[in-house]
Ligand binder design. Sequence first.
Ligand code: SF4
Length: 232
Amino acid sequence: MKKPKTFAPSLAGRCLRYMVMDLLGFGRMLSQDTLSAMRTGSSWHKTFQSRLVHETEVVGLELPIKNGELGISGRIDAVIQEKGQMVAVEYKTVNGDKFRQIEEYGPLFDHWAQLALYVNLGDYDRGRLIVDNRDSEERLSWDLLPDPKWSTWVITRIQLARKHQLQRTLPSREISLGCLHCDRWQRCFKTAEERAQMVQSHPQWEPNPSLPERFVTAHAKDSDSHCAEHSN
Ligand code: SF4
């Protein structure tokens, strides 16, 4: 029998239904703009990693993170040693508009949740999220410490997703402003108009289980969820 698909850490902060669609192998609708941003991001990634090797004490690049019980499999961009601590580094690039939103509201929730998974399940001393602006080369960064509340939330979400994966059922929608940018939205709404209406009447993300209070999200004016927790 075919082995169930593994859970990619980048899914940790996504809508539960989206996670399950990924685990069940549903396709994504990627626009030309998204594909081009992905290509540029990938080249920035390589440059970032090669600079990191010269500027810091790098333990490893693309280090695997695995958890057999939860079926997680992924790679951490870099792990560095700093002041005797092991730091997991997650690198992201965004366009200028998104960068301004992040500057104002804090890191995107899914970026933060991915790093929280690395730090809490990978047993690192701390995590560092680095976000570069592809349009201006500005940079933002935040540090994150291990936190049992994050650990519990992330593990519970993955377990729920796995349960649906094994039963081959899709969970209910977790409608929010994020649906407007979701590349699997056609599996949730019949038309873009229906999506716009539903999102307008329910813009706030209410995941199951709900977020611990200190991770409550603040929504940017027009799009994705941001994490209220900036750094530790
Ligand atoms: S459209 Fe919304 S509810 Fe559907 S998978 Fe995407 S984020 Fe989740």
